[in-house]
Every structure is written in structure tokens, then in C-alpha cells.
Ligand binder design. Structure first.
Ligand code: CA
Ligand code: CA
Length: 249
């Protein structure tokens, strides 16, 4: 396990009390809830008996916990031991997902924690894309959702890859051009299929520009947009400043 994680040790407790109820489990980890008079406390327990508090919430707001919380196990850092991945879902129509990832030594000591805020889109999978032994999180970029009044349905969601860095997860999408090129093809296909300038074409235009910006070749993005949809290129020029600002966020 990487050295940095010991910086993130959080309060661990031997047990939470007598009213514990399992919510979910995988491999060496179990998610437990404990009801008190005012709230529900969620804790994650390692098979060794070590526990950490994950969160607490008002019971009446989260009576059906399984809708909002899930636990999966995956060896993200490649040390041979599965991490616990706790997914929180806010319950909104199109968002929001947050992830807490818990690492532990094989004996359950030194439980450490990293947060992964992907907000508007869930993590769709974990894969070691570059063969370095660590798994990357595959998700989508939600920065264009409802951009400048655009409907959610028309908003583009380009691919986003998150890599486990030394102290946090970092956006490393540009390191995987094959994934961006596949997305480029999909946005281009959408523009060809629509064959008109409408809201969906505008969304695909922004998506295509985003992808080629991440590929470090914006001129190629402009060229493809102009070739497929000349009015899309005109619209992009008009809103270029706003789009660049959002890209830089
Ligand atoms: Ca591991
Ligand atoms: Ca990797």
C-alpha cells in the first residue's frame, strides 16, 4: 500500500454498540448501521473487528438505506487486498454520487480513507488502463450538464478517468487518448445523424470540442466540427469564451 495513505487515518472504534444491523458486505468488509434516538450511524467494519464511522444521518430522511448506499470491494491500489468502496447516492433525478474508499492493512490496522467526488455521474467501473497495477475509475465529465440553459438530455458527458495519485484521485483523462478518440467518434456520429443545428447538435459540438481539447489538438476539433456541421462551428465561435471558461474549471 502506498505510503501516503497513513496520513489519512481516521478515528476507529472497537464497536458501535448493541443495535448494529448489517447493510451490505463484501470480502473483509461489512457496512453496519446503528440506530440512536436522533440518527442512524453508519460504520464500516473490517473482519479484524476494527471499525470506522462512515457517516450519520437522520433516519426519516434515509429510511431505505439500500437505495442510497452500496458497498463494493475492489483492489484499487494493486497490493492484493480489496479496498471497501462506499457509494452514496443523493437520490436526485440526474445526480449525485459520492464515493468513500477505505484502505486497510491485511490485519485491519490503520484504516485510511480517500473521498472521490464525481458528483453528477457514477463510477461505471475500475480498470487498470495503463498496466501499472493500479485501477483507474471510469466515469463521465458532468461539467456541461445544463450548461447555459441546455437540457440535461442534450448535455454532453465526455469520458473522465480518475487515477489514484499520491494523496488523492486526479483527473488523468488526457493520458488515455484511445478513450477520447472513441468518444470523438460517438459525438461525430451524433452530429452526422442529426444533420441539423438543434440543441442536441449543440451538445455534441461541445462534447467534440471538449474531447479534442483534452487530446491537446483543438485545431483538429474545429476542423471536424466545421466539416460535419458548419452552423455548429459558427455557434462555437460565438460562445467560445464561455466554453473555454467552463473547460478550465
Ligand atoms: Ca488494495
Ligand atoms: Ca493503472
Amino acid at each position: 500500500m502506498t505510503r501516503f495513505l497513513w496520513l489519512f487515518n481516521i478515528w476507529f472504534i472497537p464497536a458501535l454498540g448493541q443495535a448494529e444491523e448489517p447493510v451490505d458486505s463484501c470480502e473483509k468488509w461489512t457496512l453496519l448501521k446503528t440506530k440512536t434516538k436522533k440518527e442512524v450511524v453508519l460504520a464500516l467494519r473490517h473482519r479484524s473487528g476494527r471499525s470506522v464511522i462512515v457517516t450519520s444521518m437522520e433516519e426519516d430522511l434515509r429510511s431505505d438505506l439500500s437505495r442510497f448506499l452500496s458497498l463494493t470491494c475492489n483492489d484499487i491500489d494493486g497490493d492484493g487486498y480489496a479496498e471497501a468502496i462506499v457509494q452514496f447516492y443523493s437520490g436526485g433525478a440526474h445526480c449525485c454520487w459520492d464515493y468513500s474508499i477505505y484502505f486497510a492493512r491485511p490485519d485491519g490496522n490503520d484504516i485510511a480513507h480517500l473521498s472521490l467526488d464525481v458528483s453528477g455521474r457514477p463510477i461505471e467501473g475500475w480498470r487498470d488502463l495503463d498496466g501499472d497495477g493500479k485501477k483507474e475509475a471510469l466515469t463521465h465529465d458532468d461539467r456541461w450538464d445544463n450548461f447555459d440553459g441546455m437540457s440535461h438530455a442534450a448535455s454532453p458527458f465526455p469520458p473522465k478517468i480518475l487515477c489514484l495519485g499520491k494523496t488523492r484521485f486526479i483527473d488523468c483523462t488526457s493520458r488515455f487518448p484511445e478513450i477520447l478518440l472513441k468518444a470523438s467518434q460517438e459525438f461525430e456520429d451524433e452530429l452526422i445523424r442529426l444533420d441539423d443545428f438543434n440543441e442536441r447538435a449543440w451538445g455534441a459540438t461541445i462534447g467534440l470540442f471538449h474531447v479534442w481539447s483534452r487530446l491537446g489538438n483543438e485545431p483538429e476539433g474545429w476542423r471536424r466540427i466545421k466539416q460535419i456541421c458548419p452552423p455548429c462551428e459558427v455557434a462555437l465561435k460565438q460562445d467560445e469564451q464561455k466554453i473555454r471558461q467552463r473547460l478550465a474549471e
